[in-house]
Design a protein around this ligand. Structure first.
Ligand SMILES: *[C@@H]1O[C@H](CO)[C@@H](O)[C@H](O)[C@H]1NC(C)=O
Ligand SMILES: *[C@@H]1O[C@H](CO)[C@@H](O)[C@H](O)[C@H]1NC(C)=O
Length: 735
């Protein structure tokens, strides 16, 4: 197996600033400029009847077409029936598509090259299948509430990390030729009552947290954005001119189109005049209640919707299609979502899943270098999470059960597994090479687990915690998690095994943080491997880390607390008016709450030393005032200072480190104590050094004040560390 692992170790230190545009000059960009795309769209528009126009912006209705969303073709301009398909980690309803790592696992790699490649592979598979619009990536939910059911589809509760991941994913997808769709816009942080509840988000919180990653998406030229089910300040997102026309189109200069989430539209004219540009799927799920189509045409005829508004919708939709080059020889969809069949996705993309499964793993505990394993005589592998579910990895529709190893959550953001390598599968392969004997107990019975473990040199206990979309309830979790405990009595299983085995290794597959207080300090639990939601290559990536062919390099994209209450956010039963700047580590820092494992934390098999911090640049205070373009004022995105630091691998083996930059603002700005504003991933041989480079954009030093982005004057602290609480170097920028 080692044979096909892509070597991660370069003899010369690689360093790349995560916020700089990737050097993909060798790959041919499919993306033309918005201006060019709009001029083609304007020419095409002139040839269209009102019926054509309405057909372009209205879905054909639920299940009226092969894709989850379809629109009408217009022969006169060579425009196809648009195929819109889920989802963010792979192509839904197709057997043979790659089941990539989930968004949250991609984030835990902190590796922009892998994230971009994942986006590119997602886009290549979509194009091969004739999908025009792939419904991802996800920046909403952001992850305000740790039990939120769909948090795992996105990149975690830090807007900076999520923003970078959005940008890289979107650029990767769109360069491959598919239109990306940034979703769900906005304030959709829970599954409970998502279709009726309201999110009353103050303007500043909106800008500094929830809108932030959508701004990255817009700046990355995302073709489309999806408005969410919930209300904002009493008005449904897809009917809300404040968030569509004002925030996205005027303030951020978004030039693509806003589509509704499926059946999230409520009125014919309200949605049109608020700035919505496409309705999906075009009817409700009973194939009734058609709000656009003929009704939109009547609204134009009666003057309730201006003709110019419909022309604007059409231009936006057509421009996005031209933008990514879909007017030139794009394939036609041949699959049928409503009858899952096998398709050839035209490439082997599992290498990315293997790398992410491995590099997204976060090593949380490793007493006395218990890991990596080296040809142990015997091991026991325990837990239902160690094997593929007996009924098969795809036995439950949209992965709506939790019977075997967990490699993705449930809901519309899932894909069929083409195969799934479970922990036990990969461990057995390794054990055979090493001559290790393996005993197993592949259920969650604590007594049986303990008896399998008692005579083994090592016991590997696999446990999990799942969540998903609210239309499916799994083991009484209605989308959102009931709590942050391990499922299936995982705590009892770990404790029973640790009672009889002094070298117990816990492997956790999870959609988000779990509370592990009942066993984390147990001295017999010598290692904890946070294995996330790795996708189809799960077991292989795990073995890479357990046996040390690669040193672990993942870092937590969220905080793991000691109690659920410490997060201070909860699923709302009605409207939610509890929004502030203090989510995840921002709150733990402000309230001085000790987490179990802090945001950005992760151990390695080697050590890194930090030295030689240097700061260049002289930012000026005051508002961003540059020319408004895509993404807002141009100067908001300009680099105004650069921080560098030297990182040395001072341990015994090769490894990768994620140095992180946190910025503390002048106290007058009343921000959280520190906020992530940069990261690198440096792959370093033993003894090698590299330079971490953190470009700070004007945006990264700005706060939202009275309707604009302003750099406050005063002292900014810059902290470079191995986690949010392991700061190794500090400096100061005076503005
Ligand atoms: C929602 O209301 C809050 C509080 O008045 C306000 O700060 C915010 O800007 C409003 N949001 C929108 C999109 O209008
Ligand atoms: C890292 O450093 C610590 C203390 O400096 C040492 O105990 C440990 O063995 C080192 N680990 C490696 C893998 O070099």
């Amino acid at each position: 197996m080692r044979g096909y692992i892509v070597p991660v170790l370069a003899s010369v230190a690689l360093s790349r600033a995560s916020t700089l545009p990737s050097d993909h000059s060798s790959s041919k960009r499919a993306v033309i400029s918005w201006d060019d795309a709009y001029s083609k769209a304007t020419t095409a528009l002139a040839k269209l009847s009102i019926g054509d126009k309405v057909g372009i912006v209205s879905g054909t209705g639920w299940q009226a077409g092969n894709c989850v969303g379809n629109t009408k073709a217009v022969g006169s301009i060579g425009y196809p029936s648009l195929c819109l398909q889920d989802g963010p980690l792979g192509i839904r309803y197709v057997m043979g598509a790659t089941a990539f790592s989930a968004g949250i696992h991609a984030a835990s790699t902190w590796d922009v090259d892998l994230i971009r490649e994942r986006g590119s592979f997602l886009g290549q598979e979509a194009k091969q299948l004739g999908i025009h619009v792939q419904l991802g990536p996800v920046a909403g939910p952001l992850g305000k509430i740790p039990t939120g059911g769909r948090n795992w589809e996105g990149f975690g509760p830090d807007p900076y990390l999520t923003g970078i991941a959005m940008q890289e994913t979107i650029e990767g997808m769109q360069e491959a030729g598919v239109q990306a769709c940034a979703k769900h816009y906005i304030g959709n942080e829970q599954e409970l009552n998502r279709e009726t509840m309201g999110s009353n988000v103050p303007d500043r919180v909106m800008h500094e947290l929830y809108l932030w990653p959508f701004a990255d998406a817009v700046k990355a030229n995302v073709a489309s954005v999806m408005c969410s089910y919930n209300k904002i300040n009493g008005t449904y997102a897809c009917e809300n001119g404040g968030i569509i026309n004002k925030l996205l189109k005027e303030e951020l200069g978004f030039r693509g189109y806003m589509m509704s989430d499926w059946n999230a539209q409520h009125t014919t004219t309200g949605s049109a005049n608020a700035g919505m540009d496409m309705t999906m799927p075009g009817s409700d799920f009973n194939k009734k209640n058609v709000l656009w189509g003929a009704a939109l045409q009547s609204a134009v005829q009666s003057g309730q919707v201006q003709q110019s508004r419909v022309d604007d919708m059409v231009k936006r939709v057509l421009a996005a299609w031209y933008l990514v080059g879909q007017d030139k020889g794009y394939p036609t969809a041949t699959f049928n979502s409503w009858k899952i069949g096998s398709q050839n996705v035209g490439g082997n993309h599992k290498t990315n899943v293997r790398s992410m499964a491995r590099d997204g793993i976060v090593l949380l505990k490793n007493t006395a270098n218990a890991l990596p394993l080296s040809k142990p005589k015997s091991i026991a592998v325990i837990g239902s999470d160690a094997i593929v579910a007996p009924k098969g990895a795809n036995a439950c529709a949209d992965r709506g059960c939790n019977d075997g190893t967990l490699a993705m959550g449930w809901g519309s953001g899932t894909a069929e597994f083409p195969y799934l390598v479970a922990p036990l599968d990969a461990i057995k392969t390794q054990a055979q090479k090493d001559g290790t004997s393996v005993t197993t107990s592949t259920n969650d019975n604590a007594q049986q687990g303990a008896s399998a473990a008692q005579n083994a040199d090592y016991a590997i206990v696999c446990v999990n915690s799942d969540s998903g979309e609210g239309y499916i309830t799994v083991e009484s979790n209605a989308g959102d998690r009931k709590n942050l405990n391990l499922w299936h009595n995982g705590d009892a299983l770990v404790q029973a095994v640790a009672q009889v085995n002094k070298k117990t290794i816990v492997v956790v597959h999870s959609v988000g943080p779990v509370i592990m207080e009942s066993w984390i300090d147990n001295p017999n639990v010598v290692a904890v491997v946070w294995a996330g939601l790795p996708g189809q290559e799960s077991g292989n990536g795990l073995v890479d880390i357990l046996y040390g062919s690669t040193s672990p390099s993942g870092k937590l994209p969220y905080t793991i607390a000691k109690t659920q209450q410490d997060y201070g956010t909860n699923i709302a039963s009605g409207d939610d008016s509890t929004w502030d700047l203090f989510i995840d580590y921002r709150r733990f820092d402000q309230q001085k709450i000790e987490p179990r494992f802090e945001f950005g934390f992760g151990l390695s098999y080697t050590n890194f030393t930090y030295s030689d911090i240097a700061i260049t640049g002289k930012p000026t205070s005051g508002p961003a005032s540059g020319t408004r373009g895509v993404g807002g004022p141009a100067d908001l995105w300009e680099t105004v200072a650069t921080v560098t630091a030297k990182i040395t691998n001072s341990g015994g083996v090769a490894g990768a480190e994620v140095p992180q930059l946190y910025v503390g603002y002048p106290s007058s700005a009343q921000t959280p104590p520190q906020q992530l504003r940069g990261f690198n991933k440096l792959k370093l041989d033993a003894g090698a050094s590299g330079t971490a480079t953190f470009p700070l954009r004007r945006r990264d030093l700005s706060v939202w004040q009275n309707g604009q982005w302003v750099v406050p004057s005063g002292d900014f602290t810059v902290s470079v560390g191995a986690s949010s609480r392991d700061i190794r170097l500090t400096g100061k920028i005076t503005v």
